[in-house]
Write a protein that binds this ligand. Structure first.
Ligand code: SAH
Length: 346
């Protein structure tokens, strides 16, 4: 088994069968995590890139089975930030030193492309890279958003298991989601994807397929997180995903895509109080602190127990900064593009 990991360190390739074998075997976990840590250091260095996350609307037309923002959840108190609030939160993040702003929301059609374009143009007047995480839109809409200055886009595939995808996402299709990702790539977005670990009925085989899909897409960023069960969703009563398994999927992703950006996800920290630091030492090189202000933080409840919901942007920046330095890493002072895409921003 260690031979397989050694092979991956050298070649950055593993077959589905090899990936599944490693996922199954827990005796080699520490070896896997340190291999991913080594590959991370060699390809993307010791810098940790910070991305400032603004949760600008929790209104969503979809009904994903795991997500607390799903349209049918009547217990979710909805909000939508104004343009002025988004710009203000973004400016505050810039003042704290962030070089990337991530605008995330449910699939909220109130934010039509033209309106989003106005906001993007304002945010881009400051010296930042901009990432969108707003779900599925048409090729033309993505094209407009790119043209007005969005640099990156996050859209997790969630699972590549077709049947499971269908069960978890009413009225959506895996094929369409893949098409969105290929469209984003084609348009020149730095493209992020990822999956949930621990969906009911998900197999290790299908997680291996997820990793191979990330490679086939040549994703620039991959976020992996354990499922955290929300009581106001159809997954109520199921078990949470496993922190360790999510970490393994993340570490294997690092071995196969050595030079991409991989966040230590907030969901990992929700299941393990030291989760993000452990992830940073097992292949991750990005953290996405929340810069949403006020009680919007609590209301953006994709899953329960989200960390730092009562904190301020300043507190989060200080806290994570100290943790990163304490493990001998540095904080990226630049935009933090994937090395092969590095460019200056106009
Ligand atoms: N509407 C956007 C943003 C979704 S929120 C989009 O569709 O891309 C970002 C991510 O949170 C999702 O992609 C999903 O993987 C994750 N997420 C949602 N519910 C979750 C839960 N209950 N536990 C863990 N992660 C969850």
């Amino acid at each position: 088994m260690k031979n397989l990991i050694d092979k991956a360190i050298q070649t950055h390739n593993l077959s589905k069968k090899e990936l599944t074998e490693i996922l199954k075997e827990d005796s080699i976990n520490e070896y896997l995590f340190s291999a991913a840590n080594e590959v991370r250091e060699k390809f993307v260095g010791n810098e940790v890139h910070l991305r400032a996350l603004i949760e600008f609307s929790n209104i969503c037309k979809r009904n994903c089975f795991y997500c607390g923002l799903r349209a049918e959840n009547k217990n979710c108190e909805r909000y939508r930030l104004s343009k002025a609030e988004i710009i203000n939160f973004s400016q505050h993040a810039v003042d704290l030193g962030y070089k990337t702003i991530v605008m995330q929301s449910g699939e909220d059609d109130y934010f039509k492309t033209d309106y989003l374009a106005e906001i993007i143009q304002e945010v881009k007047k400051t010296d930042v890279a901009l990432t969108l995480s707003i779900g599925e839109r048409t090729f033309e809409e993505y094209k407009t958003l790119k043209a007005v200055g969005a640099d990156r886009f996050l859209l997790r595939i969630e699972t590549t298991d077709e049947e499971l995808y269908r069960k978890m996402h009413p009225k959506m299709s895996l094929e369409k989601r893949k098409q969105c990702l290929y469209n984003l790539k084609k348009l020149g977005f730095e493209t992020g994807s990822g999956c949930l670990v621990g969906l009911p009925g998900q197999t290790l085989d299908s997680l291996a397929d997820d990793i191979l899909f990330f490679k086939e897409l040549d994703a620039d960023m991959i976020g992996i997180g354990p499922l955290i069960v929300h009581k106001d969703t159809p997954l109520k009563g199921n078990e949470n995903g496993s922190f360790t398994l999510a970490l393994k999927v993340m570490a294997l992703t690092r071995l196969l895509l050595p030079d991409i950006n991989i966040p230590a996800t907030t969901a990992m920290e929700t299941l393990n109080p030291n989760g993000r630091i452990i992830a940073l030492q097992s292949g991750a090189n990005v953290v996405m602190p929340n810069v949403t202000q006020g009680d919007y933080r609590q209301k953006y409840e994709i899953y329960p127990g989200k960390i730092c919901v009562n904190d301020t942007p300043d507190k989060c920046r200080g806290c994570i900064g100290e943790k990163i330095l304490s493990i001998g890493r540095t904080i990226g002072q630049n935009y933090g593009f994937r090395p092969k895409n590095r460019k200056e921003i106009k």
